[in-house]
Design a protein around this ligand. Structure first.
Ligand SMILES: NC(=O)c1ccc[n+]([C@@H]2O[C@H](COP(=O)([O-])OP(=O)(O)OC[C@H]3O[C@@H](n4cnc5c(N)ncnc54)[C@H](O)[C@@H]3O)[C@@H](O)[C@H]2O)c1
Ligand SMILES: [Zn+2]
Ligand SMILES: [Zn+2]
Length: 364
């Protein structure tokens, strides 16, 4: 058992408390990781702001990387000293989806319950069980995760960069490559240029989309978007569809939403040319249905695609994304606007709520 400083959400209020939690030794099939870095993602903010139901108390954070400290019985994928990126949706490796190579729709994972495969949690706080968000809880000096959630990467990748590969980059690049399969020379618009939207822009640049249009309310974000590959940037007015149509000769081939707002998700089909595809990446609060004009959708042959984790298969995709970073093709480091200590995490969430900061990364 190790003691670990961690950022804990007690289920109410929008602030995290810095507490010392106890982290159990890794049991059979699990891995103890000493965290190197954890990103601060919009999904953590949803939990803090009460948008989704979660068990509590919960150590937040799901975008992280670190060093394997110890492994439980039966673990063969990694060994102490390995550098790993954590997956926030650990695959069971047994269900039909996993066996078909679709870990991102695994039906056997218990990550969304914030527990290990056997239903237990490795964390305690003041002698009572505590949960790790999505069974990783990366805003903690130490964590215990299932073997399938710890993916080895080359040691040359710095932890701050590696942490972002664990969510925003995997999701953003994955949704371009896996969900939308964007072809070179086709047009794309990204609504919301936070950590995830900027990662989508990096993915679009990687595959040669053109033009690449970034939409955000915040000019600072649009400057990041231009640096990472956006050819055009827009602060939306009342008629975003017309603004996009003016750049794309009538509508984009692909439109991505990376905010999680009902209105902007509903705006996606209107941004598309006939035959285009809309991809829902941003996650709205629970019980917030959206509506579309189904007749227009059908008659114009448009598609709406949902994206979980950019259809990432962690064991396949994390090493690939890490090597694209090392090759200079994916400038993940440019996404890091702020490196912070764990106690500064509440300021990072406040800035995120104001639409500021490309990505804050907690460095341990
Ligand atoms: N589908 C997935 O698997 C997956 C994975 C990770 C994150 N997400 C979700 O993606 C969303 C974005 O996450 P993030 O970390 O990038 O958050 P973020 O807060 O960093 O980014 C959101 C951006 O949207 C902008 N914005 C807000 N309102 C806007 C509006 N009306 N018009 C234009 N821009 C607006 C903000 O200025 C900000 O730049 C969240 O909902 C998160 O939960 C989904
Ligand atoms: Zn995330
Ligand atoms: Zn599975």
């Amino acid at each position: 058992m190790v003691q670990s400083q961690a950022a804990v959400h007690f289920g109410e209020g929008t602030k995290l408390q810095i507490e010392v939690v106890e982290v159990a030794d890794p049991g059979r099939g699990n891995v103890l990781v000493r965290m190197g870095a954890s990103g601060v993602c919009g999904s953590d903010r949803h939990v803090l702001d009460g948008d989704w139901e979660m068990p509590s108390p919960t150590v937040l954070g799901h975008e992280g990387a670190g060093t394997v400290e110890a492994v439980g019985d039966g673990v063969t994928d990694v060994e102490p000293g390995d550098h790993v990126i954590l997956s926030w949706f650990y695959p069971c490796r047994r269900c039909t989806a996993c066996l078909s190579g679709k870990a991102y729709v695994c039906t056997g994972s218990r990550s969304e319950e914030c527990v290990l495969p056997d239903g237990t949690t490795p964390l305690t706080l003041d002698g009572k069980p505590a949960f790790a968000y999505l069974a990783v809880g990366t805003m903690s000096e130490y964590t215990v995760v299932p073997e399938s959630a710890a993916i080895r990467i080359p040691k040359e990748v710095p932890f701050d960069v590696a942490s972002l590969i664990g969510c925003s980059i995997a999701t953003g690049v994955g949704t371009v490559v896996n969900d939308a399969a964007v072809e070179p020379g086709t047009s794309a618009v990204v609504v919301g240029a936070g950590g995830v939207g900027l990662s989508i822009i990096m993915g679009l640049k990687l595959v040669g989309a053109n033009p690449i249009i970034a939409v955000d309310l915040n000019e600072e974000k649009l400057a990041f978007a231009r640096e990472l590959g956006a050819t055009h940037t827009i602060v939306p007015d009342d008629d975003l569809a017309a603004q996009v149509a003016a750049i794309t000769e009538g509508g984009a081939a692909y439109a991505f939403e990376a905010i999680g707002r009902v209105e902007t998700i509903e705006s996606l089909p209107g941004l598309l040319a006939p035959g285009g595809s809309a991809v829902v990446v941003g996650l709205p609060p629970v019980d917030a249905p959206v509506s579309f004009d189904a007749l227009e959708l059908a008659e114009s042959g448009k598609k709406i695609i949902g994206s979980n984790y950019g259809s990432t298969v962690p064991g396949r995709d994390f090493p690939k994304l890490a090597s694209l970073y090392l090759a200079g093709a994916l400038p993940v480091d440019k996404l890091i606007s702020h490196r912070i200590s764990l106690p500064e995490v509440n300021e990072a969430f406040d800035a995120m709520r104001r639409g500021e900061r490309a990505r804050s990364v907690i460095v341990f």
